[in-house]
Write a protein that binds this ligand. Structure first.
Ligand code: GRF
Length: 192
């Protein structure tokens, strides 16, 4: 019998530490969660996050990254074989091709450490500090072919103080990331 009947099957793509993955796993075990994490894929065979997945007995695949096409084809095979309903990128540091997005043909969400549309791409905290912004934050958005530009599902702000630097701002934003990602997935699934 299915362990979590009625819940959507989610796959998570990671590249490293996996602290967001950890918070998603935790939430997915709660009754209110509309999803279960079926499997985890990483483009980095040494990703710490793969160890969390194993610890929680979640199927996980470290794919040795040769090139985008090879990685994406291997991932697609795994996703299709396992009937994954949705893909969530959590600290996944590669850009998915339009071809992958089309072929997967199911929703893909991403977490980005800025208040999009501000600061797409990398070094978001450094840029916010340099521009003397009053707020930073995190955004959960749909993944489309245009980088960090899909529909925003949920966003949360954090105040930047004069005493902040990019290192501690990163920590503050990460705390928020851990709070909102699972919530955003639930919101998204509730509205499907
Ligand atoms: C997070 O800040 C995420 O927003 C960014 O990379 C970081 C990954 O952290 N894209 P973790 O692997 O989830 O700990």
């Amino acid at each position: 019998m299915e362990k979590y009947p009625g819940k959507k099957n989610i796959a998570v793509l990671i590249s490293g530490r996996g602290s967001n993955l950890k918070s998603l796993i935790k939430y997915s075990k709660e009754k209110k969660s509309l999803f279960k994490i079926l499997l985890v894929i990483s483009n980095n065979v040494d990703a710490e996050g793969l160890k969390y997945a194993s610890k929680y007995k979640i199927k996980n695949y470290g794919i040795k990254y040769k090139n985008k096409l090879n990685f994406e084809n291997q991932s697609l095979k795994i996703l299709k074989k396992n009937n994954v309903d949705m893909l969530c990128l959590a600290g996944f540091m590669k850009i998915l091709s339009g071809n992958f997005i089309k072929k997967f043909s199911k929703p893909i969400l991403n977490i980005h450490p800025s208040l999009l549309p501000k600061y797409k791409g990398l070094n978001t905290h450094e840029r916010a500090i340099k521009n003397k912004d009053k707020f930073a934050g995190a955004t959960i958005h749909e993944v489309t072919q245009k980088l960090d530009s899909g529909k925003v599902i949920l966003q949360k702000k954090v105040r930047i103080f004069k005493s902040d630097n990019s290192r501690n701002l990163k920590k503050k934003v990460l705390k928020i990331e851990h709070k909102i990602y699972a919530k955003a997935i639930n919101m998204f699934l509730a509205n499907l």
